[in-house]
Design a protein around this ligand. Structure first.
Ligand SMILES: Cc1cc2nc3c(=O)[nH]c(=O)nc-3n(C[C@H](O)[C@H](O)[C@H](O)COP(=O)(O)O)c2cc1C
Length: 224
């Protein structure tokens, strides 16, 4: 009888040891699984980070940037795209409601008439005053027209409140390399703004196409 009881006890002991061992293995396995899961999650996260980093960089810019421009024959269009790409800013093109003619002389005549008579042409701009209020820095691009800003850009500057904003001009020309009267016009019209005329970028029309690096370097060296 004693023998039978001791055998039974030994059997019970062995059984309990084996059954204790199983969960340990399972725990180990589940530990491996959760490590793998964690790894996957970590990889997922790093993937997400990798794809979202540039976006995060853009949105975490301390200042919100607008790149606004006017262009008739395409030079400022190129420059503005390079500036927007480099800054991550929002790009807005100003156009006249009544399109300028394709012919140079006709456009020059109409522009001269607008300058001489102080005409503010109506413009198309996809920007509400509320949206404008959110920008801290405005990159402002234009061609020199009749030694000044195209009158559409007068209309633009008079349409919004620029107080507290920083305006950084960039322009193209065919001889008026210092912008003639255009920079002081920006200073006068954008009331309350800090206009960084000394930092303005000026590129001759014929050289714009090959000036992408110049534009990018200019943006990189600015303090804004
Ligand atoms: C109507 C008109 C007036 C212009 N007036 C001047 C001027 O006063 N001084 C100057 O240097 N260039 C002048 N230009 C040349 C433009 O500033 C130059 O070609 C510029 O690169 C054009 O930019 P866009 O291609 O973006 O229109 C004038 C061009 C036009 C069409």
């Amino acid at each position: 009888m004693k023998k039978t009881i001791s055998l039974l006890l030994i059997f019970l002991l062995l059984f309990s040891l084996t059954s204790c061992a199983k969960p340990e293995n399972e725990a180990q396995n589940s530990g491996t699984e959760s490590k793998a899961e964690a790894q996957t999650t970590a990889l997922d996260n790093s993937d997400t980070d990798a794809t979202e980093t540039p976006v995060t960089d853009k949105t975490s810019n301390e200042s919100k940037i607008l790149v606004v421009y006017f262009s008739w024959s395409g030079n400022l269009d190129k420059m503005a795209h390079w500036v927007a790409d480099e800054t991550g800013g929002d790009l807005v093109r100003v156009t006249a409601k009544e399109t300028y003619p394709e012919n140079y002389n006709d456009t020059a005549d109409r522009a001269k008439n607008e300058v001489d008579n102080g005409i503010r042409p109506e413009i198309n701009v996809d920007l509400t005053p509320e949206q404008m209020a959110q920008y801290d820095t405005v990159f402002f691009g234009f061609p020199v027209w009749w030694y000044d800003l195209p009158m559409c850009m007068w209309t633009f500057l008079e349409s919004y409140d620029f107080s507290g904003k920083t305006i950084i001009p960039f322009f193209s020309h065919e001889g008026s390399s210092n912008g003639a009267n255009s920079l002081s016009t920006v200073e006068n019209l954008a009331k309350g703004a800090t206009v960084k005329s000394d930092d303005a970028l000026s590129i001759r029309g014929g050289e714009v196409a090959s000036s992408q690096d110049t534009v990018i370097d200019w943006v990189k060296n600015l303090n804004y």
